[in-house]
Design a protein around this ligand. Structure first.
Ligand SMILES: Cc1cc2nc3c(=O)[nH]c(=O)nc-3n(C[C@H](O)[C@H](O)[C@H](O)COP(=O)(O)OP(=O)(O)OC[C@H]3O[C@@H](n4cnc5c(N)ncnc54)[C@H](O)[C@@H]3O)c2cc1C
Length: 403
């Protein structure tokens, strides 16, 4: 006998769970499949175990997508306020951090429990450790799936298998393979929200700074149509054994292109040149290193001055041009970026299924009746700060209304 379902969702992550809940609430018979042992593995490890589940200030410009309008419909119909209401309904206490980021007070596990409880109440069947062997469209709104747990058929097939980041946690390219099967375009993928590695010489020089963190501004050029403009983020920078990380690096990694310069302002709140000239007048005997170490960790100052072959002597011994050079070194440091740490540590995948072939209202594929793509599998990537989960909730919700 055919094992028939109204809706089958592949991927019990953030978007898949939300879609399953909404479809189940509408009385649809929903099967949620995942090859992992547990649902929502990335939710559990997100936000350092506290899950940065959304952001108070969600705007379309917080998302990278070749069609900047694509995210608007889903985000406005299921907003951060809707998800906050759900969290509140389950009495999960939360707090706001910088830039409107919302985290659980206690544990990300509460978000998983909330979603699984909701799915259970909506009558969703969750089948874990289920490997998908193949899928095919039998006709419009009729699909068949061959899996480790048996064969299934459904009217609506929702692909919610996310991107390629953290392959150890079960990430696979299944969504892109399914897209390929239906001849749907996929935008080139690469690791996003990811630390940078430095070229060997700089890596060795700066390895000692590993663990040091302070606020910095990262900037790079981006192409907008035919024009080039600069994008910048100001947040914490962290030196690592391999290179550079911290929120400021993760944010800019979504925009930085290999081979392009990355500019770091290590003193974003100070006009260093003015400060140097002023202090030279007031305290001419003060050493350059001593002055700079009042603003930045001493080891960072030493490393940077050494890398630029600038000796530290009393301020009175520098001419204006030399002080200008010091100022540029700290305000416009250009680290020699080798690349990124890749999908091994990336939080997200840039690129994905071209949104031109997807309805922004329903997430249904325009050319294949009954086939849906939601969440990170799509060519939609949010900034750091809860935006990626919000798009997963919103796109899952949007599909959940119609599947
Ligand atoms: C370490 C880390 C921390 C993060 N922290 C945050 C944060 O705090 N805030 C935020 O907004 N975003 C965060 N993100 C990003 C966020 O987790 C993702 O953007 C979001 O989970 C995407 O949801 P999704 O449903 O599209 O995919 P996922 O949540 O990745 O779910 C995909 C599901 O599909 C399953 N799957 C994959 N391939 C197959 C297959 N072949 N067969 C069957 N099942 C399959 C997977 O097991 C998984 O359960 C973080 C990501 C990482 C890696």
């Amino acid at each position: 006998m055919v094992n028939m379902w109204d809706v089958i969702i592949i991927g019990a992550g953030a978007s898949g769970l939300m879609c399953a809940i909404e479809a189940g609430k509408r009385g649809r018979k929903v099967l949620l499949l995942d090859h992992a042992k547990r649902a929502g593995q990335k939710i559990i490890m997100s936000g350092g175990g506290r899950c940065n589940f959304t952001n108070l200030y969600v705007e379309p410009h917080h998302f990278l997508c070749d069609n900047p309008h694509f995210v608007k419909s889903a985000l406005s119909r299921y907003s951060q306020w809707d998800f906050i209401a759900l969290v509140d309904k389950h009495n999960i206490s939360w707090h706001e951090r910088d830039h409107g980021q919302l985290f659980c007070d206690d544990s990300a596990k509460q978000i998983i429990k909330m979603l699984l409880d909701e799915a259970h109440s909506a009558g969703v069947k969750v089948q874990l450790q289920c490997e998908i062997f193949s899928q095919q469209q039998l006709s419009d709104n009729h699909y068949s799936l061959q899996t480790k747990s048996g064969s299934y058929e459904c009217q609506s097939l929702v692909v919610a298998t996310g991107g390629l980041s953290l392959p150890k946690m079960g990430a696979t390219p299944l969504a892109y393979k399914i897209a390929d099967y239906y001849q749907l375009p996929v935008k080139a993928t690469r690791a996003g929200l990811v630390p940078f590695t430095l070229h060997q010489a700089q890596k060795e020089k700066f390895a000692d700074l590993s663990g040091i963190s302070f606020p910095a501004r990262a900037s790079c050029d981006i192409k907008v149509g035919k024009k080039t403009k600069q994008i910048s983020f100001t947040e914490a920078l962290l030196f690592t054994h391999r290179g550079l990380s911290g929120p400021v690096i993760l944010q800019i990694s979504n925009y930085w292109q290999a081979g392009e310069p990355l500019i770091l302002d290590l003193l974003p709140k100070l006009d260093l040149f003015k400060e140097l000239l002023f202090t030279q007048q007031k305290r001419p005997e003060l050493g350059l290193k001593t002055l700079l170490s009042q603003q930045l960790p001493k080891r960072v100052v030493e490393c940077l001055l050494e890398s630029a072959a600038i000796n530290s002597v009393p301020l009175k011994q520098y001419n204006e041009k030399q002080l200008q050079r010091v100022s540029e070194l700290f305000h416009q440091w250009q680290p020699q970026i080798n690349g990124t740490e890749g999908y091994r540590t990336a939080e997200v995948t840039l690129g994905g299924i071209d949104t031109d072939v997807i309805s922004s209202k329903t997430m249904q594929c325009k050319s294949v009746q009954g086939l849906y793509f939601i969440g990170e599998a799509l060519d939609v990537t949010g900034w750091l700060g809860g935006f990626n989960f919000q798009f997963a909730w919103s796109s899952g919700w949007a599909a959940g209304q119609v599947v």
